[in-house]
Design a protein around this ligand. Structure first.
Ligand SMILES: *[C@@H]1O[C@H](CO)[C@@H](O)[C@H](O)[C@H]1NC(C)=O
Length: 435
């Protein structure tokens, strides 16, 4: 119980009001601005290209981890034992932007970490970390009476020539009032420069197949150990300017519009039947009421700022946007004065379409042509076929003017991940919940 009280105090936020049930299960998140839009409102092309490149690295590593994971599952227990001694890729967290507090070990060591639903490893820097760990809080397994060394190490060589390495420990982790034991934690001994420049470390929340160590991520461990207060869920409310938060063991009723139409979508496994991302199949993008692509899978990724699909799919999407023009290999522009009405439907459910906030969709105007703006849907070959990644530009919705119950185009979401039944709910936000 002490852990709960400590964490609650750390949250130190408006969560402490009586109006919010189970407030100890919720922590406030802080947003790091990835700098895609300059202060004058123009698009920062350098940052956008860097973001696209980081994204490519992240999804490549996820894919490498998946390869290892599925190869081992085919070959059975012997291969599994080999993996425990082997090496695999570490996940980079640099594009993740939502940070909050987590306690690791006994006595508790406290960290600010990124919450990334698009990867699966929990990585902290160790005291012996030699490269790019400056300014990071260190996880010292030796100072934790509950830490257990697994003997497994993970490492990856990045395309840019840098390397990340770490040893896998199991330890007690407390997050938003929820405590699990034996959670895999990677204690990094060196970090790639792309990770090292950041102030904090990352917690992935996707499925084990994307983890370098084959680890079960916190939200799933919580369910396996039945450590949830109310429901086997973890839930996120993300906002650019207002309050953002994550809840484990349920959802924050105070954030959800009661009586609103909510719908569970199955979190679909990949075509091989392996669970990977929090994703929904049979999904379609729309521009206005026009379908702007075929049925495919859409991945919810809190660690990505953009909406990304393959170059061919992106071209098909942008062809449906009036006045659009290709800017370069990745990006397209649209007339700033008439932003497109971008929506998605999931699981062949055509009753509810989920809209993208027009401000979030606009990444800034072009300095060379100020009446043209760069759009958040970009084309990038990430090796995920025709799938789409819906990053922050998707679930971060603050558009109350369009929020009416008679309008089936729901534009404000609260995202609930059911880690037991593997399903996702996009619930409508109570007006003002995230302001
Ligand atoms: C664009 O972002 C980079 C960092 O990625 C920054 O150094 C640069 O100053 C930004 N450009 C402008 C015009 O603000």
């Amino acid at each position: 119980m002490l852990g709960t009280i400590v964490l609650f105090a750390l949250a130190g936020s408006a969560a402490a009001t009586a109006a919010i049930p189970h407030s100890d299960a919720t922590i406030e998140l802080t947003r790091r601005d990835p700098g895609l839009t300059n202060l004058d409102g123009s698009a920062n092309i350098t940052s956008l290209l860097a973001e696209a490149s980081r994204l490519a690295h992240k999804y490549e590593r996820n894919r490498l981890n998946w390869d290892t994971y599925s190869a081992m599952n085919e070959k059975g227990p012997t291969a599994k034992k080999m993996k425990k001694r082997g090496t695999a890729a570490l996940t980079e967290q640099s594009h993740a932007v939502w940070t909050g507090k987590v306690n690791v070990g006994t006595p508790a060591q406290t960290f600010d970490v990124y919450f990334d639903t698009g990867s699966s490893d929990f990585t902290l820097s160790s005291p012996s970390c030699t490269a790019n760990c400056n300014g990071k809080a260190h996880y010292a397994p030796a100072d934790s009476s509950t830490s257990v060394r697994t003997g497994q190490t993970v490492s990856t060589n990045f395309v840019d020539g840098t390397t990340s390495r770490g040893a896998v420990f199991k330890d007690t982790v407390t997050l938003a009032g929820t405590t699990v034991t034996g959670q895999d934690v990677v204690a990094a001994s060196s970090l790639s420069s792309t990770v090292g420049e950041l102030e904090s470390d990352g917690m992935g929340l996707a499925y084990p197949s994307l983890s370098a160590a084959g680890s079960t991520s916190f939200g799933l461990t919580m369910v396996q150990q039945k450590q949830y207060a109310l429901y086997p869920y973890f839930s996120m409310m993300l906002s650019y300017g207002g309050r953002s938060e994550i809840t484990f063991g349920g959802f924050n009723r105070a954030r959800v519009l009661s009586g609103s139409s909510s719908y569970w979508f199955n979190a679909t496994p990949d075509p091989n039947g392996v669970r990977t991302y929090w994703q929904m199949g049979l999904s379609v993008p729309y521009v206005g009421n026009t379908r702007a692509g075929g049925y495919t899978t859409h991945i919810l990724d809190s660690g990505t700022t953009l909406i990304v699909t393959s170059p061919a799919q992106a071209a098909e999407f942008w062809a449906a946007v009036p006045g659009s023009a290709k800017y370069d290999d990745n990006f397209w522009s649209f007339p700033c004065a008439s932003p497109p009405d971008v929506k998605f439907s999931f699981s062949r459910n055509t009753v509810f379409k989920y809209g993208v906030d027009q401000d979030a969709f606009n990444l800034g105007y072009l300095s060379s042509a100020p009446d043209r703006c760069i759009g958040a849907v970009i084309g990038q070959d990430l090796g995920i076929g025709t799938s789409w990644i819906l990053g922050d530009a998707f679930p971060d919705e603050t558009y109350p003017a369009r929020q009416t119950l008679v309008d089936p185009i729901v534009v404000n979401w609260y995202v609930i991940h059911d880690a037991l039944k593997n399903r996702i709910m996009l619930a409508q936000l109570r007006p003002g919940a995230n302001s």
